[in-house]
Design a binder for this molecule. Structure first.
Ligand code: CA
Length: 175
């Protein structure tokens, strides 16, 4: 009998079990940048909870750097994904987001003007069991009141985040 044939179904069953809430949450999979899912996770550099005209929750990073704290089991490589859009204004330079996990720089990306999803592969070795810090560093943060005629918004806005996910990069290793 080939025991490997059972590994995939077991992994799926384990994942379903974990997602069903049958044991305490020890791993952050998804933040929707709303009060329900993200209040304790947005640890520095963030403004308040807002909603788009389409009723999507989001939060502005209101500094050149912002941090998110997520719980991890530190098992396997992780795929970090997020949907965001930069504060843009006439004559703005490119907005660039650099991504760090626990102080280690992963990569950077020049952000498109509108909302997009970005993905970063992160190696298992950077993650630790328990709280982990994801830090974003941005090329600029500017106040709309200084950059957009008619705006009174004094916050130094860099990038708005809709959601963030930390997912297994491939099927989780067992044991
Ligand atoms: Ca959202």
């Amino acid at each position: 009998m080939n025991s490997r044939a059972f590994l995939a179904p077991l992994a799926v069953a384990s994942l379903v079990f974990a997602l069903s809430g049958c044991r305490p949450i020890d791993e952050t999979r998804s933040l929707n940048f709303d009060a329900e899912t993200s209040a304790g996770a947005l640890t520095s550099g963030w403004s308040g909870f807002e909603k788009t005209d389409e009723n999507d929750s989001f939060v502005w990073a209101q500094a050149r750097a912002a941090t998110v704290t997520v719980l991890s089991r530190a098992k396997g490589d992780q795929l970090l994904r997020f949907r965001c859009w930069p504060f843009r204004y006439t004559g703005a330079p490119a907005q660039v987001a650099a991504v760090f996990v626990n102080g280690s720089r992963i990569d950077s990306v020049t952000l498109a003007d509108g909302a997009r999803v970005y993905s970063f592969a992160t190696p298992e070795a950077l993650w630790k069991s328990g709280p982990n810090e994801i830090r974003f560093e941005f090329a600029y943060a500017e106040a709309p009141k200084d950059r957009v005629p008619g705006s009174s918004d004094q916050r130094a806005l860099s990038v708005a985040f809709d959601w963030l996910e930390v997912l297994p990069a491939k099927s989780e290793k067992k044991g």
